[in-house]
Design a protein around this ligand. Structure first.
Ligand SMILES: Cc1cc2nc3c(=O)[nH]c(=O)nc-3n(C[C@H](O)[C@H](O)[C@H](O)COP(=O)(O)O)c2cc1C
Length: 200
């Protein structure tokens, strides 16, 4: 009753806001910006699985759309920098689509991670990676970065093989076995994103 009245009169506390039934906003972040990249195929596949759940608002967030400069090489006035921070601020959690470049994440993803701080903090993230060994080495590097940015990265981690989940390394044809893993990863992202929202 109190919650209803405070909502009616616009005096809702932060805690009450967090307990309402608003859906979480989860960004599926494409980690590569290279011409000819396969990450949009992987991101759309994850989004297709996620949308069927109906438990959150899922959206693709493409780093390439923000035209971020290389950190520190400009005066920081490019609108894409503010837009990037604004987009992240509106998200409650993330799924990183991670590709392995020289045993780590792409320079583009690292640059984009470095371009925000508070907008990452106290949120959860899942990782879907790909590469010759499932992108595992890149994903483990990303976990270290998540610690510094106070992003809680969940345990379940779908790993896609360039050899068995792609044809010719370019046409994404995921094996069925990944479906359960993606859903288990999303279960954890949703649970932790909701829990961490109460801290912000
Ligand atoms: C510069 C560069 C370095 C790469 N290094 C690795 C690597 O260390 N390990 C690996 O498994 N794949 C590596 N690859 C292969 C990529 O994982 C593969 O091309 C993948 O499709 C890249 O993702 P994208 O198409 O979304 O950009 C590399 C590719 C590039 C362009």
């Amino acid at each position: 009753m109190m919650g209803f009245l405070s909502k009616l009169f616009g005096t809702q506390t932060k805690e009450e806001n967090n307990m309402t039934n608003e859906k979480l906003n989860i960004g599926i972040i494409l980690g590569s910006t290279r011409q000819g990249r396969v990450s949009p195929q992987v991101g759309e596949w994850v989004k297709g699985i996620a949308d069927k759940r109906g438990d959150a608002n899922y959206e693709i967030v493409d780093i390439a759309d923000f035209n971020l400069p290389f950190l520190g090489t400009t005066d920081g006035s490019e609108p894409g920098i503010a837009d990037w921070n604004g987009k992240l601020a509106n998200l409650d959690g993330f799924v990183f689509i991670v590709q392995e470049y020289n045993h780590s994440i792409t320079g583009a993803l690292k640059n984009a991670l470095d371009f925000a701080r508070e907008a990452w903090n106290n949120k959860a993230a899942g990782i879907v990676s790909y590469g010759s060994t499932g992108g595992a080495r890149a994903a483990e590097h990303l976990r270290g970065i998540c610690g510094e940015l106070m992003i809680a990265d969940v345990r379940v981690h779908p790993t896609l093989s360039l050899f068995t989940d792609f044809e010719n390394g370019t046409d994404f044809k995921p094996q069925d076995l990944h479906l359960n893993n993606v859903n288990a990863m999303l279960d954890q992202v949703i649970a932790w994103s909701g829990a961490l929202k109460t801290l912000r």
